[in-house]
Design a protein around this ligand. Structure first.
Ligand SMILES: Nc1ncnc2c1ncn2[C@@H]1O[C@H](COP(=O)(O)OP(=O)(O)OP(=O)(O)O)[C@@H](O)[C@H]1O
Ligand SMILES: [Mg+2]
Length: 578
């Protein structure tokens, strides 16, 4: 651990500095005058001044030598200008250094250079080579270390979790650079259009762009559709899909009914399976849910050999009225986003001969295409459909990965789950997180606070997600002292050397010994208050296998693709000046 010495107090009668400054300054001035005289004299053919600045000064004073004037004056003026320029540049540089955020001082106690190991470009490139990744970039860019200014990357087997408060730069400094640096297919979730407008232009140049926008977040017309029932190929997948509808419609810690909630979710899963089996559109679910006595789904399931789901549906239909309506009511509420006809255009065919292309997750993961999945938060959110589409794509990527070397995608897929807690409430995510890393599916879950994660995954789930991530980034703007306290502890301590001066008075205060005492105290590298007040552009990165590091995050407009993003924004952002 490094010990930081505090500035040693100066004795009151210590003029050493001032004297040194005066002597050096006078010598520099004399030398400049001597040089001007020498050059000026040779220019106009006058006699040379004495051989060195000191004898030159003496000769000037005694009148043995006369200032050559003319050219010497011009040279002296040029020298003065040069010095003024240097002083101004020095002053500006000092001001720039002083303008650096206070938090940067903490970086002095952090690791740099080779201690950053696999996070450095070299380290990430070595991992990419070991994994057999065929990408132009070494990994997913995180930022530049404040100490040593090294670019840092997460490798293609690292999973990211980011906690940045509102308006701290999640989209501009983290999501957009990750999307634009991604080597293969990209999956994006969000509740705002900024991320789509800024990146769809450059992404279009690399492959097809799909914008899933059932709630018209980006005013995207439904020129294509996706059938969530195409995902339902068996009972397990029907249950998973029902789980997305359930988790999208309530919080993890919301009070649930121990009987009706699971029963409603089971019913929904069975109806999804029935609709998928009958090749009916997704909206059929809502029709069935509105007619609790309709036994069509039971008959479909039974004739397809799904005996147990059929029995389960029949059990609900024949249950006492109150029980049946309770279970149907819960299921209906979970599937409530399907009531909106605008939403349905994205997940069901329009008319009997719908000519729009149908999105196929299996095909998508084999290309360098980009999928944006957008929805608003809230009770009528299309979040369950966004989650379902995200899961379908990630699972298709996993399936594709098993056919490749080492069971991982040779061209990794990057999933940027911006506003994950609002629009992609994927309950199983913490359990699967580290597994996807080993498949070449790099996910970046971006949250506004720890509490937001707890809302979706519960305390244990959020802990699990945080520890399953290899790259944990805190980008400021959070006031949860418990979370910040944990980060502060992880950032470690350093030893601070302090000095205190005491003056012993003797002879009635006329004389005495001055003693300087030295003491060493341990301090946190980053206090909770430093983390709470972390300015935009700074982030603390906790990566597994390396010590914490403070980084400077780079917004897209300072990145290599600034021009492409600007062009994309002016083309797609309705608020951009054209
Ligand atoms: N092109 C730009 N140039 C300069 N500043 C910008 C630009 N675009 C956005 N900003 C500013 O950068 C800051 C961070 O914006 P950003 O959208 O990345 O934050 P965020 O954390 O994603 O916010 P939110 O919580 O709203 O999603 C904001 O103050 C925003 O006004
Ligand atoms: Mg944002």
């Amino acid at each position: 651990m490094a010990t930081e010495p505090q500035k040693k107090p100066r004795a009151e009668d210590d003029w050493t500095w001032e004297i040194v400054l005066l002597v050096v300054g006078s010598l520099a001035l004399l030398s400049a005058a001597w040089l001007a005289a020498r050059l000026g004299a040779s220019f106009v053919g006058e006699p040379d001044p004495p051989g060195n600045p000191v004898s030159f000064a003496v000769a000037l004073v005694t009148g043995d030598y006369a200032w050559p004037g003319g050219a010497a004056n011009a040279i002296a003026a040029a020298e003065a200008l040069l010095v003024a320029g240097l002083v101004t540049a020095g002053y500006r540089m000092r001001q720039r250094l002083q303008n650096r955020p206070d938090v940067d001082r903490a970086a002095r106690h952090m690791v740099d250079g080779t201690d950053l190991g696999k996070l450095t470009m070299k380290g990430a490139a070595a991992t990419a080579e070991r994994l057999g990744v065929q990408a132009q970039v070494p990994g997913v860019f995180i930022g530049r270390s404040v100490k040593g200014r090294q670019p840092l990357f997460g490798s293609f087997e690292d999973m990211h979790v980011d906690i940045w408060g509102p308006r701290t730069g999640k989209t501009t400094r983290r999501a957009i650079p990750a999307i634009l640096n991604a080597p293969g297919a990209v999956l994006v979730t969000s509740n705002k259009r900024d991320i789509v407008d800024g990146t769809r232009g450059p992404r279009q140049a690399r492959g097809q762009v799909w914008v899933f926008d059932p709630q018209q977040v980006a005013q995207e017309p439904p020129t294509w559709w996706w059938n969530p029932l195409s995902y339902v190929t068996d009972v397990a997948k029907a249950r998973k899909l029902a789980d997305h509808f359930a988790s999208g419609s309530r919080d993890a810690d919301a009070s649930t009914d121990a009987f009706f909630d699971p029963a409603g979710q089971d019913l929904l899963a069975n109806l999804l399976l029935a609709a998928a089996t009958a090749k009916a559109p997704l909206t059929q679910i809502y029709t069935w849910l509105s007619n609790p006595k309709d036994d069509t789904p039971e008959r479909i399931l039974r004739s397809a050999g799904h005996t147990m789901p059929a029995d389960s549906v029949s059990g609900v239909i024949t249950a006492p009225d109150k029980q049946r309506s309770g279970i149907y009511g819960v299921a209906q509420q979970m599937a409530s986003c399907l009531i909106n006809p605008e939403v349905n255009k994205w997940v069901t065919p329009i008319g009997p001969a719908d000519g729009r292309p149908e999105f196929d997750p299996r095909e998508f993961v084999r290309t360098g295409s980009t999928l944006y999945s957008l929805s608003r938060e809230g009770s009528d959110s299309a979040g369950p459909l966004v989650t379902a589409l995200t899961v379908a794509v990630v699972e298709a990527a996993e399936e594709y990965a098993t056919t490749q070397r080492g069971g991982r995608l040779s061209l990794p897929m990057v999933g940027v789950l911006d506003e994950a807690a609002n629009v992609c409430r994927w309950r199983a995510l913490p359990d699967l997180y580290s597994h996807y890393g080993s498949r070449g599916i790099v996910l970046m879950t971006i949250l506004q606070s720890w509490a937001q994660g707890v809302e979706v995954w519960g305390d244990r789930g959020m802990e699990k997600l945080w520890s399953a991530a290899n790259i944990r980034v805190y980008g400021g703007g959070v006031s949860d002292t418990r979370f910040l306290g944990d980060l502060s502890e992880l950032a470690g301590e350093y030893e601070l050397r302090e000095y205190s001066a005491t003056q012993e008075a003797e002879f009635g205060g006329w004389s005495g010994n001055r003693t300087v005492n030295e003491s060493v105290r341990r301090e946190r590298v980053l206090q909770v208050s430093d983390l709470g007040a972390m300015p935009p552009g700074r982030a603390l990165v906790l990566a597994s296998g390396t010590k914490p590091v403070l980084v400077e995050t780079i917004p897209w407009w300072e990145g290599p693709y600034a021009r492409e993003v600007k062009a994309s924004l002016s083309k797609y952002d309705p608020g951009a000046a054209r």
